[in-house]
Design a protein around this ligand. Structure first.
Ligand SMILES: Nc1ncnc2c1ncn2[C@@H]1O[C@H](COP(=O)(O)OP(=O)(O)OP(=O)(O)O)[C@@H](O)[C@H]1O
Ligand SMILES: [Mg+2]
Length: 232
């Protein structure tokens, strides 16, 4: 669905990514792992058009495109705010409603709102509370609900686990998997090291020093060996 081909990218003279190719498939969860500074966030920024590569090509649904965030949003690709940012003083409902301007009418919006609540039933009791009163895990659900009201085809998330306890990280990944299964949405999730949660994902990339050192299914001996080589 979203393909990066031979991407070199970085910041001014500091090149970070070298000849990175990646294929993020539809209706699948692809995780991008790697040590701090490996270039994971840079890869996600380039994939979403927030950073213009020095070289290489980006294809969406098999067509070369000029990647910009505006273009991606039109096509149904959304990037989650880093560290699940929600507006603390706004209510949960207001946070989810922020995207209202996408809708032609109030009725359309209300239908979308009802639908998203059916996916995030756990938020129903908190709709009128300031989002800042919710736990980290619940705020994560608000951030995801805000994306899902837009019926995304693909969601890009940069380290959704930051600041969450192991239990809440688990909950987040189960939710991601559930949303993939219920809606067919594709996810690209950047995580430092996701060992125990890998079985919930479909494909994995490991980046090291700006290069892809593994890509393939999120299972099996080769991945295990690569994880050992990179992280231990
Ligand atoms: N805006 C920037 N300007 C200059 N250099 C940057 C900028 N952002 C990141 N870098 C550098 O690019 C390299 C890759 O950073 P990046 O944020 O992509 O790594 P990462 O894999 O996401 O790391 P982490 O796990 O710590 O989030 C690092 O050396 C970093 O210092
Ligand atoms: Mg990062």
């Amino acid at each position: 669905m979203l393909n990066l081909k031979n991407i070199d990218a970085g910041y001014g003279k500091k090149q970070v990514l070298s000849n990175v190719s990646a294929e993020f498939k539809s209706s699948a969860i692809t995780v991008v792992m790697g040590p701090n500074g490996a270039g994971k966030s840079t890869l996600l920024k380039a994939a979403f058009g927030l950073l213009k590569p020095y070289k290489g090509e980006i294809l969406f649904e098999d067509l070369p495109i000029k990647a910009t965030p505006q273009m991606f949003v039109k096509k149904g690709v959304f990037m989650g705010p880093q560290g699940r940012r929600v507006f603390q003083n706004m209510t949960v409902q207001e946070n989810i409603e922020l995207a209202t301007h996408f809708w032609k009418s109030r009725t359309d919006f209300e239908t979308a709102f009802e639908r998203v609540l059916s996916y995030f039933e756990e938020l129903k009791p908190f709709l009128k509370l300031p989002a800042g009163n919710l736990s980290g895990g619940q705020q994560q659900m608000v951030a995801l609900a805000r994306i899902f009201i837009n019926k995304p085809k693909m969601v890009l998330l940069d380290e959704p686990s930051i600041g969450l306890s192991p239990k809440l990280i688990n909950d987040t990944f189960f939710k991601i998997k559930e949303m993939k299964e219920k809606t067919g949405t594709a996810f690209v999730v950047v995580e430092h090291n996701l060992k125990t949660l890998l079985p919930l994902t479909d494909f994995a990339y490991i980046l090291k020093d700006g290069r892809v050192v593994y890509n393939g299914k999120s299972e099996g001996r080769i991945l295990e060996k690569m994880m050992q080589a990179v992280f231990e």
